[in-house]
Design a protein around this ligand. Sequence first.
Ligand code: NDP
Length: 251
Amino acid sequence: MPEFKQGTVVVTGGSRGIGASISLELARAGLHVACLSRSGELPDAGGLDTAARARLTALRCDITDAASVQAAFAAVPALFGLQVVGLVNNAGIHLQGPSASFPIADFDRVMQTNAASLLLASQVAYPYLREAGSALIVNIGSFYDKLGVRGNVAYCASKAAVGAISRCLAVEWARDGIQVVNIAPGYIETDLNREEMNEGALQAFLKKRIPTGGPAQSADIGRLSAMLFRLPGRFLTGETIYIDGGQGMAL
Ligand code: NDP
């Protein structure tokens, strides 16, 4: 058994935001990466050398559609001719509104994308990961999983479910050589929220509220993910790792 995992990792939502950073850092660390998204776009790999860039490829896939997920996974082993040694369940959506009137259809949509689809992708990945003999699933949850956040009933519930699914899969699949780790980020500056995060009132609030002094960058999540794929041993499993600058534990 090689000390480090070698082969292809599937990253859902790998076209932009946190998933793009995860894909880039995995490619930089020597892994091959299949970036799944509905657009099927490759992440911007400007900062990578040519060899690392060649380890990235993109596939069109809607993670809420079982046939689409199955088709994507069936195509992955042939992309680089390597075993599938990992899955990063990163794709997710965020809908918000007051709990008293939050539409159940929106609640279902968030749970479907963030929780049920994460389980679906893990189920589809399972035979490939088991065959690899040593594999890792990284789920991207959120530090909202243990907080009560106004207007976020669906998102908080979906991310609590991610923690629970991670624990169950870790326990059930440990004997198959599959580790499962849930990374729970705090506020991360991405293309989508950069303007909002840098807007005066929110920026001042986050500076005060986050013990380390403000939001992190998506590369921070990318580096932590790559580190997990490079961590020898398989004793770390089922755990939720909070990377939130201490915000979730601060009074
Ligand atoms: P973005 O909206 O920037 O990116 C989401 C990615 O997921 C895109 O690549 C998108 O591509 C893809 N995606 C969305 N829906 C689907 C779908 N049905 N099928 C396939 N791909 C899909 O999100 P972030 O990078 O901000 O967030 C990534 C993850 O990190 C999410 O799970 C989020 O909850 C979590 N997170 C984010 C935080 C933050 O502050 N940004 C904090 C804590 C957690 P496309 O649209 O082409 O399908």
